[in-house]
Design a protein around this ligand. Sequence first.
Ligand code: LER
Ligand code: MN
Length: 275
Amino acid sequence: MMQLSIVLSTHQASFDAVAFKGDLAANVAQIASMGYDGVELAIRDPKLVDPGEILELMAEHQLTVPAIGTGQAWGEEKLSLTDPDASIRQRAIERLESHIPLAAKLKAKIIVGLIRGIGGLSDSQKEEQWLVEGLQHCLEKAASHGVKIALEPLNRYETTLIHTVSQGVALIDKIGVDNMGLLLDTFHMNIEEPSINASIKSGKDSIFHFHVADSNRWHPGAGHLDFADILTTLYSTGYQGFVSGEFMPIPDAPASAARAIEYLRGLKLSASHSH
Ligand code: LER
Ligand code: MN
């Protein structure tokens, strides 16, 4: 049975591909009532949330938090692991590390998307070095709490740093620790990968989390991606994690979330591959 979650921002935020924002308790209740198994929390700063409240809400609605998104620290505050200013890089590392206690309590992975920065400096080697060093700090601290970090390849219009699964796998190999893996997102893969299925297979052992949006970044079923094929391939790798909806609230948050779950639950995955 496919484990489905949907991204929920704990506070209002400007990032547009998130259906639910603000009013945590009401949104969590609504998501649970639609039949989702989990919520992926987008948190700008863990200082703004009450871990006790989150744990209680999840227990009350029997929901899992598979992952915590951290990109709003970039979106709203411009914190980045690759900023030329060392004090900003340090603040980005500290912000990422501050997610670890909550992630440990929730058994959630921590996502590194845009908080890595958007790159584009003339000295790209230096940038890569900052990225590696920043990640190493966070990974070491995360490992001591049993927490995993998922790096998300993002399309070329959002960053110059890590667009594809193969670039992500190369970075994982370079860093060489086993609590680092990838978050694959069908929206980004549709733009960057020569073949979505081949890329999923090539990332096989490193897939920690999975985002779904259709080709237009609306809910799955609203564009032209072949999700039966994509998800059959994903599960054929042995993937046991969540499939998490990250898409625009079109026509509105509840309708997009309801249509996504109806569509995804109705897919016929090829039996020999699905779990
Ligand atoms: C975040 O998961 C994502 O996919 C990015 O597009 C954020 O900008
Ligand atoms: Mn994503």
